[in-house]
Design a protein around this ligand. Structure first.
Ligand code: GSH
Length: 220
């Protein structure tokens, strides 16, 4: 009898979408085979299973291909949601979670890319792009006033889906952020970056090639 194959996760260490998938996987203690890729040299196997060829992509043990990061998080949480990230939230909390994530993946990500790579988008100044992105920061700062987290008194799906992008924003110009009026975001981000979960998802992974030794994630 052959053993059930492990799910396979195509991932890229620094990609915030892949980070959110790894956060959910590590939290749910689901073991996967991690295939670390390089975006400018994607493996043909990835392109074959998902022609849009973005990361993350999860192939479940029964060969279902999930190639959107939020869908991966929700699939993982359907298997196991030990820290009540989503499935025990109320209907309105779930709705708010998905709204905040949609804003993050839409407007905020749009301006984040332009803020980070302002030289590639000369239509407006970097300062302008930051002002647009900061509208999301101001909204999140308000949200954090209730409990220190976005949805309730502990970390949930929305925090985990959004924090990797906030981290990118903050480190684009750390000195600017450090003097900006977002103390709750600062505390929320610091706690995240220092957490065991974050450290678990960020080791340097060896680039995958067919035939190399399997990289287990989370690491054993
Ligand atoms: N909507 C997708 C977006 C994923 C995405 O855009 N990932 C980036 C890396 S951070 C990517 O793979 N880009 C393809 C490329 O750069 O060729 C998701 O949520 O999974």
């Amino acid at each position: 009898m052959t053993a059930t194959p492990l799910p396979v996760l195509y991932s890229f260490r620094r990609c915030p979408y892949a980070m959110r998938a790894r956060l959910a996987i590590a939290n749910s203690q689901i073991q996967v085979e991690l295939r670390e890729i390089v975006l400018r040299n994607k493996p043909q196997q990835l392109i074959d299973i998902s022609p849009k060829a973005t990361v993350p992509v999860l192939i479940t043990s029964d060969d279902t291909v999930i190639d959107e990061s939020l869908d991966i998080m929700r699939w993982v949480l359907d298997q196991n949601d030990p820290n009540n990230w989503y499935n025990s939230l109320t209907q309105s909390q779930r709705q708010l979670s998905l709204q905040l994530i949609a804003n993050n993946d839409g407007d905020f990500k749009y301006y984040l890319d332009r803020y980070k790579y302002a030289d590639r988008y000369p239509e407006f100044t970097q300062d302008y792009y930051r002002q647009q992105a900061v509208k999301t920061l101001a909204m999140l700062e308000q949200q954090l006033q209730h409990n220190g987290y976005l949805i309730c008194s502990h970390l949930t799906l929305a925090d985990m889906a959004i924090l990797p992008f906030i981290r990118q924003f903050v480190f684009t110009d750390k000195a600017w952020f450090d003097q900006s009026p977002y103390p709750l975001i600062q505390a929320w981000l610091d706690e995240f970056i220092e957490s065991d979960l974050f450290i678990t998802i960020m080791p340097k992974f060896k680039q995958w090639q067919s035939g190399i030794k399997v990289t287990l994630f989370p690491p054993e």
